[in-house]
Design a protein around this ligand. Structure first.
Ligand code: HEM
Length: 354
């Protein structure tokens, strides 16, 4: 083995050169990408500082003002929103979400509960005026399963979703920070996963009941008389009355906004920008609050507010007296042999005595 004058073997020298090469490559790999930072932090910062000083302004606050106003900087991660240092619009989103959306939403939901309670205390709701004992089929089994499937999911989604929106204000003082963190950790995945099952139910339900909800001329009269809920009259109504049709169309429009905006937030990796996600969040919250307000009214009218309605959605059959009171045009159609609501009715008397 040949030895150098320094006494180091050729092999040892090669090994030392190799080690130095590795160190240099590793150091270069780490340091070279930082040159852009160094450039920004020194040369550019110097230039803007000189410019700002010439203008008589504080260079640091000028720098952050520019960043806040979305002046492009440098981001190591390239791709979506490259060079955006701070997305200041997020501040606007937070203020809108935690301000008008939360407050107006609370006024709508709580206001609707107070109005319904006041109405019920004053009138006692629409009583079934004359129970005939004769039953007619209104909701087939498939309709009832669809309704309760969608309704139960909606209620779970409303509870978990509103926990996320109002949780800090309402639940945190009750459960404490840790307790709320545990609950929010459960509510969020439950909300995310069940939203898919709810969407499927909502779409099928709205498609299946579309034909009941096409507006007719006499719906206007129903609205003119406010459904008879304030004067005791029985305005004309088909299978669905004017109010139910309005509710259906609120579900169509609000449900579409809710589902599409929810999709944006559920799949952020599909390439949506932060601004789109923030818009989606506001639309999702607003449509959810509108739907919750409408559903609260619907639940009241389907239970205490209209005696005899709930038995239809549970057993499938309603009393003929209830049908006369709330859906006179539909009852006439059924008795004339038209407009039977479901295949189960075929082969039975339209208004079969029980
Ligand atoms: C505990 C909660 C609920 C109760 C007690 C309830 C009760 C009822 C009742 C009794 C009916 C039949 C009305 C009739 O025969 O004319 C009905 C219909 C209907 N329900 Fe519900 N429901 C509830 C929740 C929901 C939810 C959460 C949704 C949708 C998100 C929904 C959507 C509908 C629709 C579209 C109809 C048909 C149109 C109408 O009658 O208004 N329901 N519900």
């Amino acid at each position: 083995m040949s030895e150098s004058p320094s006494g180091m073997s050729r092999r040892a020298r090669r090994l030392r050169a190799m080690l130095w090469s590795i160190v240099l490559i590793a150091a270069g790999g780490m340091l070279l990408p930082l040159t852009a930072y160094v450039w920004t932090a020194t040369v550019q910062a110097q230039e803007s500082a000189e410019k700002a000083q010439a203008d008589g302004k504080n260079p640091r606050s000028e720098y952050w003002r520019e960043v806040r106003e979305a002046a492009p900087g440098y981001t190591a991660v390239r791709g979506q929103e490259t060079d955006v240092l701070i997305q200041s619009r997020g501040q606007v989103w937070r203020e809108v979400r935690n301000g008008p959306v939360m407050i107006i939403g609370a006024i709508m939901v709580v206001g609707m509960i107070i109005l319904l309670a006041a109405y019920h205390l004053k009138t006692g709701g629409a009583k079934l005026e004359h129970r005939t004992g004769r039953k007619i089929l209104r909701w087939a089994m498939s309709d009832r399963v669809l309704h309760w499937y969608t309704a139960v999911l909606f209620i779970i989604l409303a509870i978990t979703g509103l926990s996320l929106l109002w949780g800090r204000a309402v639940l945190m003082p009750i459960l404490g920070k840790e307790g709320f963190a545990v609950w929010a950790g459960i509510a969020k995945p439950v909300h995310d996963y069940l939203s898919l099952a709810f969407t499927a139910g909502l779409i099928v339900m709205l498609l299946k009941w579309f034909h009941h909800n096409i507006p007719t001329a006499y719906d206007r009269e129903w609205f003119r008389q406010a459904g008879g809920y304030f004067g005791g009259g029985h305005p004309p109504a088909g299978f669905a009355n004017g109010g139910e049709k309005a509710y259906y169309w609120v579900l169509v429009v609000g449900g579409t906004a809710l589902v599409i905006s929810g999709f944006y937030m559920l799949f952020p990796n599909l390439g949506f920008e932060r601004a789109a996600m923030q818009n989606a969040n506001i639309i999702h919250n607003a449509s959810a609050l509108i739907l919750c307000t409408a559903v609260i009214a619907h639940i009241y009218l389907g239970t205490l507010g209209s005696e005899g309605a709930l038995e239809g959605m549970i057993t499938g059959e309603v009393d003929e007296g209830w049908a006369r009171q709330h859906h006179g045009v539909w009852l006439d159609e059924v008795q004339q042999g038209h407009g039977r609501p479901a295949p189960e009715a075929s082969g039975r008397s339209a208004a079969a005595p029980t």
